[in-house]
Design a protein around this ligand. Structure first.
Ligand code: ARG
Length: 460
C-alpha cells in the first residue's frame, strides 16, 4: 500500500517535484487549531448520531488533543508528503491510536473541512481586528477630548482652507474607522456560516446533523447548498476587500502623520519610540512606522487582486487552485493586525504642537469665507460676495496685511455693507464658532461627536 491516504487506486508514488509543488502544509499548518477544533466537533456529532461509537469518538478526541499539544510544543513533525494540515493530523492520529483514527474522516471531505477551518480562522481574526479598531477609536476620541480647543487649518487640495478644530479632524478619522468596523462586522455575517457536511460537494449518505455541529462550534447558521459550499471563497474575497479599504484609510492617516512631522508642517511629534534616525544624517528623525503602514497597504491590495484572479475562471465546484487562497488571507490578517497595533501604540505616544498649528492659520487669509458669508447674510448674493472678498484678499496681499489687520474704512471701500461687527466673525474663534451646522466644526458640535463616540465605542 502506498503512503498517501488516497493512494488506493494508484500504482506509482507522486513524483517528488509534484509533491513539493502541491504541498500546502508549510503554510496551512497555521490552521492546526481550527482543524482540530472542527474534527472534535465532527466526531462528537458522529457519535451522537450513532455513526461511530462514543468510545471511538472519545479516543479520537483524546488523540487530537494530544496532537494539539505536540504541535504547540514544537514536537510535531510536519511532512510534505502528506500534503496539507488535514492529512498530517489524520496520519499522526492513526499512528497514535490505530486504525480507528481513520474514522475521523467519515462523512467528510477535505473540501468541506478546509472551508470550515478557514471560516473558523477568519472569525477569530475579525474579532481581533475589531478589538484593535475599538482601541484606536477610543484613542481618537480621547485625543479629541484632550485637544478640544486647538485650532488648525482645514486643507483642501493640500492648501489651507478654513480654520477647524483639531478635535473635529480627529473625530473625522474616527468616522472613517467606524465604517471599516461596520464592514468587518457585516463581512462576519457571511464568514460565520457552518460549511461542514457538504462533503466533497454533493452532501453525504450518512445521517449527520449539521445544525448540531454548528451549535458545537458556535455558528449561528449552516450553509444551504453543498456545491456552493465547497466552491465559495467570497468570504475571503470580502475579508481582503474590507481590509484593503481599511489599509487605504490607515495609509491616508499615515501619510498625514508623515507630512505633519516634517519641519515644513511641524504639527506633531511622534516620539523617539516610533521614529528612527538616519545612518548618515545625524539630525534626522524619520517617521518609518507611518511610512511602513502606508507601504504595507500595497501588499493587501496585491492580496485582493490575487484572490479575485485565483477565483475568476473556476468552474463549480472545488478546484485545487483554491489552495492558493490561504497565503493572501494569512498575509492580509497579519498585515492588518500589525499595522493596527503600531498605529494604536503611535496614537498613545503622539503630541500635537498646538502653537504651530495655530501659527499656520495666521497667514493665508484663512477666514476669507467668513467675509463672504458676512456679506451674504447682509443680502448680497453669494457669488457676488465671493468676488468682492476675492478683491479684498488681493488688496490685503498687496499691502502685506492679514484680513483682521485691515481697517473698517478699508473694508468699506469694497462694500458699504461692512460694519465693525465684521471683526467678530473673522477671528479664528469667530470663524470656528460660527460653523454650527450639524457636523460642522463649532465646539458644541464636536463635543456632541465626542460624546456620541464614547457612547458608541462603549458598545463595541
Ligand atoms: N489543501 C487543500 C486546499 O487548501 C484542501 C482541500 C483539498 N481537497 C482536495 N480534494 N485535494 O484547498
Amino acid at each position: 500500500m502506498l503512503k498517501k491516504p488516497w493512494g488506493g487506486r494508484f500504482k506509482k508514488d507522486t513524483h517528488q517535484i509534484a509533491e513539493r509543488f502541491s504541498a500546502s502544509v508549510d503554510f496551512d499548518r497555521r490552521l492546526y487549531k481550527e482543524d482540530i477544533q472542527g474534527s472534535v466537533a465532527h466526531v462528537t456529532m458522529l457519535a451522537e448520531k450513532g455513526i461511530i461509537l462514543k468510545s471511538e469518538a472519545e479516543k479520537i478526541t483524546k488523540g487530537l488533543k494530544q496532537i494539539e499539544k505536540e504541535i504547540e510544543s514544537g514536537k510535531f513533525s510536519f511532512r510534505e508528503e502528506f500534503e496539507d494540515i488535514h492529512l498530517n493530523i489524520e496520519k499522526r492520529l492513526i499512528e497514535k491510536i490505530g486504525a480507528i483514527g481513520g474514522k475521523i474522516h467519515t462523512a467528510r471531505s477535505r473540501n468541506d473541512q478546509i472551508a470550515l477551518d478557514m471560516r473558523l480562522y477568519l472569525r477569530r481574526e475579525i474579532n481581533e481586528i475589531t478589538l484593535l479598531l475599538k482601541d484606536i477609536a477610543g484613542s481618537l476620541v480621547g485625543l479629541a477630548e484632550k485637544n478640544i480647543d486647538t485650532v488648525m487649518p482645514l486643507y483642501t487640495h493640500l492648501q489651507r482652507g478654513q480654520p477647524v478644530l483639531l478635535s473635529h479632524h480627529l473625530m473625522g478619522l474616527y468616522e472613517m474607522l467606524k465604517r471599516d468596523r461596520e464592514r468587518y462586522i457585516d463581512c462576519l455575517e457571511r464568514v460565520n456560516v457552518m460549511p461542514l457536511g457538504a462533503g466533497a460537494g454533493a452532501g453525504t449518505t450518512f445521517p449527520i446533523d449539521r445544525e448540531y455541529v454548528a451549535k458545537l462550534l458556535g455558528f449561528p447558521k449552516v450553509t444551504q447548498n453543498s456545491i456552493d459550499t465547497v466552491s465559495d471563497r467570497d468570504f475571503i474575497v470580502e475579508f481582503i476587500s474590507v481590509s484593503a479599504n481599511l489599509m487605504m484609510h490607515l495609509s491616508r492617516v499615515s501619510e498625514e502623520f508623515v507630512l505633519w512631522s516634517t519641519k515644513e508642517f511641524d504639527f506633531i511629534d511622534l516620539g523617539d519610540e516610533f521614529t528612527t534616525g538616519s545612518s548618515i544624517m545625524p539630525q534626522k528623525r524619520n517617521p518609518d512606522m507611518a511610512e511602513l503602514i502606508r507601504g504595507k497597504t500595497g501588499r493587501v491590495y496585491g492580496n485582493l487582486v490575487a484572490i479575485l484572479t485565483i477565483m475568476k475562471g473556476l468552474p463549480f465546484s472545488y478546484n485545487r487552485d483554491m489552495q492558493e487562497d490561504k497565503e493572501p488571507m494569512f498575509d492580509t490578517a497579519d498585515t492588518v493586525k500589525s499595522s493596527l497595533e503600531v498605529l494604536s501604540a503611535m496614537l498613545k505616544n503622539i503630541t500635537f504642537k498646538h502653537e504651530n498649528m495655530e501659527k499656520a492659520l495666521t497667514e493665508g487669509f484663512i477666514t476669507a469665507t467668513d467675509i463672504a458669508d458676512y456679506l451674504t447674510r447682509k443680502g448680497m448674493p453669494f457669488r457676488k460676495s465671493h468676488e468682492v472678498t476675492g478683491r479684498i484678499v488681493g488688496y490685503a496681499e498687496e499691502k502685506g496685511r492679514e484680513l483682521v489687520k485691515l481697517h473698517i474704512s478699508e473694508y468699506k471701500m469694497f462694500s458699504r455693507l461692512f460694519e465693525k461687527d465684521l471683526f467678530g466673525h473673522i477671528t479664528l474663534e469667530g470663524s470656528v464658532g460660527g460653523r454650527k451646522s450639524y457636523g460642522g466644526t463649532a465646539r458644541r458640535n464636536v463635543l456632541r461627536m465626542i460624546a456620541q463616540g464614547k457612547k458608541e465605542t462603549g458598545k463595541w
